[in-house]
Design a protein around this ligand. Structure first.
Ligand SMILES: C[S@@+](CC[C@H](N)C(=O)[O-])C[C@H]1O[C@@H](n2cnc3c(N)ncnc32)[C@H](O)[C@@H]1O
Length: 189
């Protein structure tokens, strides 16, 4: 893990210690870091599903020394959220215990959203798209249909994929790498 940022290493170790196996893969993390670095001054970043903090750590690593952007990460599980709060986050990052789907309508708009929780992705995706600024970017992973065996899971993945690819508010790219990554931008008009 030589070139993995320290805060990501810390989060990965915490995930391992807790037996938390749902952290984003490194490829997604590096994409998040890259996109976070391009968020404009005064911008807002949202993660749905903090987990053990790995995705948030990649986002923070991309923002580096900037303090002109805020990051909000929502986690339904209070224990996971409490553990994630223990990291040495910059003061512009907030870990909030909340159900993403319930919280989304009152959060305003974001420049970058990593939708990585049940709420706001598998259900309530429309709320997440509505929370994107014009030009805002949405990242979703685990979209490779071939990874899923059960008909129920395949139907859920297909539904999310189709919703992203057919939403007239979005321009979307379906990247057949890793777990299956989809990146979409909200149109300006
Ligand atoms: C895939 S993991 C998140 C991994 C994390 N984003 C990362 O990249 O390391 C999904 C997380 O979402 C949380 N979660 C599930 N449903 C949720 C909801 N409705 N609102 C907020 N968090 C939720 C789970 O407790 C779990 O920690």
């Amino acid at each position: 893990m030589s070139d993995v940022p320290d805060i990501v290493v810390e989060a990965l170790k915490s995930a391992e210690a807790r037996g938390f196996a749902l952290s984003c893969e490194e490829m997604v993390g590096r994409l998040l870091a890259t996109l976070a670095s391009a968020v404009p001054s005064g911008g807002r970043v949202l993660e749905l599903g903090t987990g053990a903090g790995v995705g948030a750590a990649w986002l923070v690593s991309g923002l580096g020394q900037r303090s002109d952007v805020t990051v909000l990460t929502l986690e339904r599980d209070p224990e996971l959220a409490a553990a994630a709060r223990e990291f040495a986050w910059p003061d512009w990052l907030e870990v909030r215990v909340a159900d993403a789907e319930k919280e989304l309508p009152r959060l305003g708009r974001f420049d970058l959203v990593f939708a990585d929780a049940e709420g706001g992705k598998w259900s309530g995706l429309d709320l997440t798209v509505s929370a994107l600024q014009p030009s805002g970017i949405l990242v979703v992973d685990d979209m490779d249909l071939s990874r899923y065996q059960s008909a129920e899971h395949r139907a859920s993945v297909t539904r999310v994929r189709d919703a992203i690819l057919s939403d007239p508010r979005l321009v979307a790219a379906d990247l057949p790498v890793g777990s299956g990554i989809m990146v979409a931008a909200r149109r300006r008009d």
